[in-house]
Write a protein that binds this ligand. Structure first.
Ligand code: ADP
Ligand code: ZN
Ligand code: ZN
Length: 666
């Protein structure tokens, strides 16, 4: 009998705590169960991660009670959590907290308790049967199946253009896994944006699928979790956190659209689900399939190096051609028209043609609102958020100026707050303005707009897409929300109002994001019989990410981009850790950041420390922010060093330090 329990607690303390196991709890104690333990003046929920005969301190306290009848965490999940702690700069307990569903976090729900049976929406999709695979698909499936049968870890990068049959390969790999009595996890970027992908899994496997989406209440999520744990559901399809599904015998893990940034969690623990998936596949000795039409630089680099197995699907199933892309140089438009126009003549003509032919068009601009800033013509004053260092955006429907970072709202002023002149003007454009301009230009069209303003209400999402599908609306204006997943056969035209929005962001991934977005929106055109056309407006028509996207040439883009990454020493050549130091007092934040950067640099010879520099948005929600970037080869090593430095760093009160491993935004 072990006398002590090793307990992890969800606090930012990088150690486990020892508690004595009282006589009467001996029989019930087990690794993976939750316990109540005294911690300072409080009692906290802890996770038993080990049992031991000796304690690391003299006056050990006792475990108060055991919460679970059955362990809620398997050895494998505990190992995964520990790996996360080491990789993503958090404690073992914080990582455990992240991997169990919210419903059981507080220690309230017991696994033995019978929950009121709730009607989980049954599979209402027509069943589908497997297709006979084409040659490329067969080859892909064969190497994946071999890996499954060998019970070996291996990561496959399934790089295939849209509609090349990737999903069908996933489905058949899963079928193979189920026959062997094992289970599967499928990650999709965001359920609400990828309904058609999710539908494919439910159609094929029916009630065997548990769909985990963010719209579930904690209780429902817990029910799905339990269904998986009890083996009633053998396939989990969901966003990021579905990677923590409590499967016991995983045969394959799939990450669809692996390049998507939504796989990165922006709160502690700041994990990347794709990388967690890789670790989980390793722990389960099973293959991981990463699928994408535009792989992340990281993944493609690993595939080229041979760390991943590269599988290419080069042909579209129906052999339909990719849409023609036309780049419009807006500098020329400006020169010929003598005034700033939102739409080029080319785009207007194409819209006109599309509507006359009874077809549909999508108009993309990755920025919401009406005017993106309010500017005084006389003194140059720009209305900024009181708490963030960003221009306020005018929203026409609300008739308010809005901060896109903290949601601060104010009435737009009639006179300049600075010089009291009345020359305040609106500049810049967002989706609201695009919608309004189009309705002027095409008064007989039926326009809908889809962005986070119009989809705030539940159900509005489906309504907008439904109306577009039936043809009740024929023009759809939107942000990146309209970029992916949707298949509308009558869409023959996609217009990109400005490709420059994502290009001009101060982030080393700006080019990659622009390429991905353009490829994705472009892919919305010509899904039907009539083919399609894409028109991209830009002030940077020579930029390689725009040129490569126009030619549907991922490889070309990769070759250009990888050179830049290497030169500037960015991922995938190194790993990046971003430390953000923030405080309400600018000077305090700056000085602390300076001191921290020096402290890190003093401890290492192998890692490069850059900064501190003001964050791209130097002030947010009233906090002044400074970034320090650490570049190194090994994440765990970097975390260990940073834990050491921060452990003895005299951090002033009122200063906050956030550590982000593999940051996805600067
Ligand atoms: P991707 O995931 O690469 O976009 P999908 O797997 O969704 O591609 O395939 C595109 C379309 O082609 C789907 O409607 C799918 O049902 C169909 N399909 C896939 N593979 C085959 C096949 N071998 N034979 C016939 N149709 C197929
Ligand atoms: Zn002024
Ligand atoms: Zn703000």
């Amino acid at each position: 009998m072990s006398k002590f329990a090793e307990v992890a607690i969800a606090l930012p303390v990088d150690r486990v705590f020892h508690y004595a196991i009282p006589e009467e709890l001996q029989a019930d104690m087990a690794v993976g169960k939750r316990v109540f333990v005294p911690f300072g003046p409080r009692a906290l929920v802890g996770y038993v991660v080990g049992l031991t005969g000796t304690a690391d301190v003299k006056d050990v306290k006792e475990v108060r009670s055991i919460i679970d009848k059955e362990p809620i965490l398997t050895e494998e999940m505990l190992k995964l959590a520990r790996w996360m702690g080491r990789t993503y700069f958090c404690s073992w307990g914080e990582a455990i907290e992240a991997i169990i569903p919210a419903g059981i976090k507080k220690g309230k729900v017991e696994l033995g308790t019978r929950l009121k049976k709730m009607a989980v929406k049954a599979a209402e999709f027509p069943p589908s049967t497997p297709h006979v695979l084409n040659e490329e698909q067969s080859r892909a499936l064969k190497s994946i199946v071999e890996c499954i049968d060998r019970k070996e870890y291996g990561t496959f990068l399934l790089y295939g253009i849209t509609a090349s049959g990737k999903t069908e390969v996933y489905l058949q790999a899963i079928e193979h896994v189920l026959k062997a009595g094992r289970q599967a996890i499928v990650l999709v970027p965001e359920i609400s944006l990828t309904p058609q992908t999710v539908e494919r899994f439910v159609s094929r496997f029916g009630h065997k699928v548990a769909v985990l989406h963010s719209g579930l209440t904690p209780a429902k999520r817990f029910l799905e979790w339990k269904k998986i744990r009890d083996g009633k559901a053998v396939i989990a399809v969901g966003a990021r956190s579905a990677i923590f599904s409590p499967m016991k015998n995983i045969g394959v893990i799939i990450v669809d659209e692996e390049h998507e940034t939504s796989y990165k969690q922006d709160d502690v623990p700041r994990y990347h689900a794709r990388d967690v998936a890789e670790e989980r596949a390793r722990l389960n000795s099973c293959p991981l399939i990463l699928g994408s039409a535009t792989p992340s630089l990281e993944s493609y680099y690993k595939a080229k190096k041979g760390d991943y197995k590269l599988i290419k699907l080069t042909k579209r199933i129906d052999e339909r051609l990719l849409p023609k892309v036309k780049i419009v140089d807006m500098r020329m438009e400006l020169a010929t028209r003598k005034r700033l126009a939102i739409f080029s003549k080319v785009l207007l003509d194409a819209l006109d043609r599309t509507l006359k032919n009874g077809k549909q068009a999508m108009i993309f601009l990755n920025r919401r609102g009406f005017s993106t800033f309010l500017n005084c013509k006389k003194c140059g004053f720009v209305m900024k958020c009181k708490r963030c260092d960003t221009a306020l955006v005018y929203h026409f429907e609300e008739r308010k100026l809005l901060c896109h970072y903290c949601n601060y709202k104010m009435e737009p002023p009639d006179i300049c707050p600075n010089c009291k002149s009345s020359y305040v003007r609106y500049f810049g454009l967002g989706t609201e303005k695009v919608e309004s301009e189009i309705s002027h230009a095409f008064p007989h069209s039926h326009i809908a707009r889809m962005d986070s303003d119009t989809t705030a209400k539940s159900g509005s999402h489906d309504k907008i897409l439904g109306d577009f599908r039936t043809g009740d609306t024929n023009l759809l204006v939107g942000t990146q929300m309209i970029a992916k997943g949707h298949d509308f056969p009558a869409v023959t035209l996609v217009g990109v109002v400005s490709a420059d929005v994502s290009l001009n962001v101060p982030d080393f991934r700006a080019s990659e994001r622009t390429f991905n977005l353009l490829t994705q929106v472009g892919g919305r055109a010509g899904r039907g019989e009539d083919g399609g056309e894409v028109i991209v407006q830009t002030y940077a028509p020579g930029h390689y990410s725009i040129l490569a996207a126009a030619k549907h040439d991922y490889e070309k883009f990769y070759e250009e981009e990888i050179v830049a990454r290497k030169e500037l020493l960015y991922p995938p050549f190194i790993n990046l850790v971003k430390l953000t130091v923030r405080a309400r007092n600018d000077d305090l934040a700056a000085r602390t950041a300076q001191r921290l950067a020096q402290a890190i640099a003093a401890e290492t010879k192998t890692m490069a420390v850059t900064g501190p520099a003001p964050a791209p948005i130097a002030r947010m929600r009233g906090y002044f922010r400074y970034n320090i970037l650490v570049k190194g080869k090994d994440r765990a090593e970097m975390c260990e060093l940073l834990k050491k430095v921060l452990g003895k760093f005299g951090k002033p009160a009122h200063v906050l330090i956030a550590v982000d491993v593999d940051p996805i935004a600067m």
